[in-house]
Design a protein around this ligand. Sequence first.
Ligand SMILES: Cc1ncc(COP(=O)(O)O)c(C=O)c1O
Length: 395
Amino acid sequence: MRAGYAQHVVPSYKRSAMAPVLVRGKGARVWDADGKEYLDFGSGIAVNCLGHAHPRLAAVMKKQGEELVHVSNLFFHPKQAELAEALVQRTGPGKIFFCNSGAEANEAMIKAVRKAGAQEGRYEVITTINSFHGRTLGMIAASGQERLREGFGPVLPGFVYVPYNDLAAVERAIGVKTVAVMIEGIQGEGGILPAQADYLLGLQKLAKEKGIYLLMDSVQCGHYRTGRFQSYQRILEDAGVKEAFLPDAVSMAKSLGGGFPIGAVWFGSRLAEVLTPGTHATTYGGGALACAVALEILNIIEEEKLDKNIEERGEELKKGLGRLSGKGWVGEVRGFGGMVGVTVKGRTHGEVAEALSGKGLLVVPAGSDVLRFLAPYSVTKEEVQEALKKVEETL
Ligand SMILES: Cc1ncc(COP(=O)(O)O)c(C=O)c1O
């Protein structure tokens, strides 16, 4: 199996020689080819929001698969309209563009603001240092990490990088060519760094004053991962902010499809009509099967109150990790709900991830020294305690 990868798969991913060969999953657990069980707190990198092999997702895939999988976007089908309405209801007045991944969703946001600013010659987008927006040529240019661009030049121009959570830096960076600012509500790949409430409100105010757009990359932190539909809602609520906050666009992917590829962008009223016929498209975007799956995920999360569950389980996990903070490799604990990060001391995060995997707990490294705990929203109290016990065993 590993030899097959070495022989036939492009070596673009860093897989450790010890990485398990996973063959089966159920809920928060996966099993490898030797029958070893793991608690999966990586969730396919914040994707499997309902865990593995959810019976209702399997059923909807079968049903929709037997009815209609895909038709082109030259036609209508009911599921796309239903999902668009569901996402608009949960985000705010506006419209949805469907695509297939997070990078593509961000590309659509950038294309829309460039088109909106074209007549005035405004195209520049301010993004933040340490941000991650995807691996397309456009999104490696957008991301505030030089290492993503190395060897892939010439880099798409039109992006300016400023420190995260630094409102004054954004203000200084705004010029006549600026059309938008794009941030993650919580920097994920950068190491689980949440935006501050004042920063979000300040960006909203600044965007209004300067006539630019505020874009939220919610690919990783959105779709109830923090216990709220959007991480900015959670951050503002926790800070006791009553003031309304609504960006101009929000990109989504990952948990939106729970493992079935789908991406989307919610465009608020200022941007909803910008991408006119012929200006943007993708063959698979908003396919019937993908939309049926995404709709069922929303139903399950809300019927089973999994948003509340992940909020509470996340608190338990944070508390437990907090108690271990300062012991062994466990440093600072941060984040919310199903997006918790721990800084690693005295070892590399890769070494600790491997040790945890050896104990039967899968987590995901991020940034230079952070481990991400990205549990499925359905994770149980017992599974959180089991994960904490495994962490303790590695200290
Ligand atoms: C915040 C953020 N944006 C965009 C992406 C890219 O998404 P995808 O890999 O689906 O293209 C990611 C992926 O990790 C992400 O975390």
